[in-house]
Design a protein around this ligand. Structure first.
Ligand code: C5P
Length: 243
């Protein structure tokens, strides 16, 4: 039996650079894992089963990850998978992507590691643009549609980073559809990255405007919290000097 942690992430900055011919957007983003985690328990079994603490969740990306592993390797040993879900859905915190990465690592390890981690990371981009990040050390600069991952040293926060998740959620495709490129910020992402590396961080997210158009209450949350939305929302992170 294997027990794997699947951490959530925030985007310390997220720039959208343009629309691509394949329907995706070119992004440049600094990703950081946080303490909030799902837990995935996998074991070899007589027949396949998937259970989850959240009955509302439906088919999870972890299932897709196992299907992908099977189709790439031809190794189809039945598995029992249990997902303890703590990362909220439709929050921009990467929960589904992280579950998928953990499932790929887990099934590979259970079957004697026939595939290298680099290969798994490469395959994982087929499940979702954010999945390859979860093979990094936990801090990474991601480009392309998000799947090109440059590992970095963790950013040292001098204050506690807290998360607020409103009850509303947003779907990623809907937010990208609502995006107007002319509304995006003009900051050079490489300069933003340098800012984080040299102690002059600027937190920003180009998906806030389209998300706020879909859910105007999010603008109120941003103002009240003085925070930044993560990914395609709706969770915000903010620095709390009091704790
Ligand atoms: O890659 P993923 O499956 O997470 O993407 C979900 C949707 O989000 C895509 O189908 C696309 O509409 C949008 N997206 C995008 N550009 C990206 C990532 C996602 O337009 N870089």
């Amino acid at each position: 039996m294997l027990v794997l942690e699947a951490p959530a992430k925030v985007n310390l900055f997220l720039r959208i650079l343009g629309r691509r011919r394949d329907g995706y957007h070119e992004v440049a983003s600094l990703f950081q894992t946080i303490d909030l985690k799902d837990t995935l328990t996998l074991s070899l079994a007589k027949e396949d089963s998937l259970t989850c603490t959240d009955s509302t969740i439906g088919p999870n990306l972890a299932t897709q990850a196992i299907d992908l592993f099977r189709s790439k390797t031809g190794l189809t040993h039945p598995l029992s998978v249990h997902l303890e879900k703590r990362i909220p859905l439709q929050a921009g915190l990467g929960g589904g992507s992280s579950d998928a990465a953990a499932a790929l690592k887990g099934v590979n390890a259970l079957l004697g590691s026939p595939v290298s981690i680099q290969e798994l990371q490469l395959w994982s981009g087929e499940i979702g643009s954010d999945v390859p990040f979860f093979f990094s050390s936990g801090t990474a600069y991601c480009t392309g549609r998000g799947e090109r991952v440059r590992d970095l040293f963790p950013y040292a926060f001098d204050q506690k980073l807290e998360i607020f998740k409103p009850p509303e959620g947003l779907s990623t495709p809907a937010v990208y559809q609502s995006l107007k490129l002319e509304e995006c910020s003009l900051e050079d992402p490489e300069e933003l990255l340098e800012g984080f590396l040299f102690g002059n961080p600027v937190f920003l997210n180009d998906l806030e405007k389209p998300a706020f158009r879909l859910l105007p209450v999010l603008a109120e949350h941003k103002k009240r919290l003085n925070g930044t939305m993560s990914g395609s929302g709706t969770a915000f992170y903010f620095l709390n000097s009091c704790s």
